[in-house]
Design a protein around this ligand. Structure first.
Ligand code: ATP
Ligand code: ATP
Ligand code: MG
Ligand code: MG
Ligand code: MG
Ligand code: MG
Ligand code: MG
Length: 254
């Protein structure tokens, strides 16, 4: 581009590289989704279609960015792990955050009618995004454990809260009061004794969140060693806190 006497202003743009040789953890979260879910009549405690839409948008982001090796979604948020060695956009933080957030958001809007065919969008949803760099594998494991523990705590609370309201006839204020000071085992007990709900039998999508990762296509496992194996993105709703998940995938954080 031609220089002009004005072009010095470009020098005010400072570089913002993410520290080399660190894992970038990119997380986005729906902006004011308390309101968005109200306005669009999401089912409580969990609108299944909305979670599927989040998974679909996240999968599209992973298809576009091969350096994303793992993703975890719950509620209105999704976390994406970029491989440690990524040189995506020369590791420019704002470039990565803004492009990925924007791609996710436009996919969410593009695929909305597939999941809500009878419910047009009332206003444009938006998401915030951030990157946190983590130096060690331990941090990455603890990060995903943190998000999945959050999924569990929120879902147990919400499942009990909405059972009290929808099946127990309590007002939302009464349900909050009923649950004040209760422990996990008390909520299991309320669910089971009052509503015959076995928490552990609720959909794993609600209890465990959504995990997206790449797996080798089975038919390619025996194929020529030279060719780069074809991969596909798979969606799981499994435990990501215990060692098993990580032991079964020793190259995930390589
Ligand atoms: P912020 O802009 O600070 O993120 P927020 O209103 O989005 O504000 P969150 O803490 O992100 O606050 O909470 C998300 C809200 O969206 C919660 O109220 C949650 O219950 C609701 N929500 C998200 N996904 C679903 C879903 N699939 N079904 C029902 N409710 C949902
Ligand atoms: P980057 O991701 O680094 O921004 P880019 O390819 O988007 O890469 P830009 O410097 O942003 O590069 O340039 C945007 C390009 O889009 C230019 O080639 C510009 O001419 C073209 N473009 C943008 N808006 C229009 C428009 N309304 N009509 C025609 N061309 C456009
Ligand atoms: Mg431009
Ligand atoms: Mg928030
Ligand atoms: Mg939010
Ligand atoms: Mg949230
Ligand atoms: Mg551009």
């Amino acid at each position: 581009m031609a220089n002009s006497k004005y072009s010095y202003v470009k020098n005010f743009e400072l570089p913002d590289p993410v520290l080399p040789d660190t894992f970038m953890l990119f997380r986005l979260d729906g902006h004011s989704f308390h309101r968005f879910t109200d306005v669009h009549g999401f089912e409580k405690p969990n609108d299944f279609r909305a979670l599927e839409l989040m998974d679909h948008a996240a999968r599209s982001v992973m298809e576009e960015y091969p350096d994303i090796v793992l993703a975890f979604g719950e509620s209105d948020e999704y976390s994406f792990l970029l491989k440690r060695s990524t040189s995506l956009y020369n590791r420019r933080e704002s470039k990565i955050v803004s492009t990925l957030t924007s791609l996710f958001t436009s996919c969410y809007v593009l695929y909305w009618p597939k999941y809500f065919p009878n419910k047009p969008l009332q206003y444009p949803p938006s998401f915030d995004g951030r990157i946190v760099p983590y130096p060690a594998e331990k941090h990455i494991r603890d990060y995903f454990a943190w998000r999945q523990a959050d999924t569990h705590v929120n879902n147990l609370y919400n499942a009990t809260f909405w059972a009290l309201v929808q099946q127990g006839g309590q007002t939302t204020a009464e349900a909050h009061a009923t649950l004040r000071g209760t422990f996990s085992k008390d909520k299991h007990e309320i669910l089971y004794s009052r509503f015959k709900i076995n928490y552990n039998q609720l959909d794993a999508r609600y209890r465990k969140g959504s995990i997206l990762l790449r797996e080798e296509e089975p038919e390619n496992k025996k194929a020529s060693k030279k060719a780069k194996p074809a991969t596909r993105i798979v969606l799981l709703h499994c435990d990501i806190i215990k060692d098993d998940f990580w032991n079964e995938r020793p190259t995930l954080l390589a």
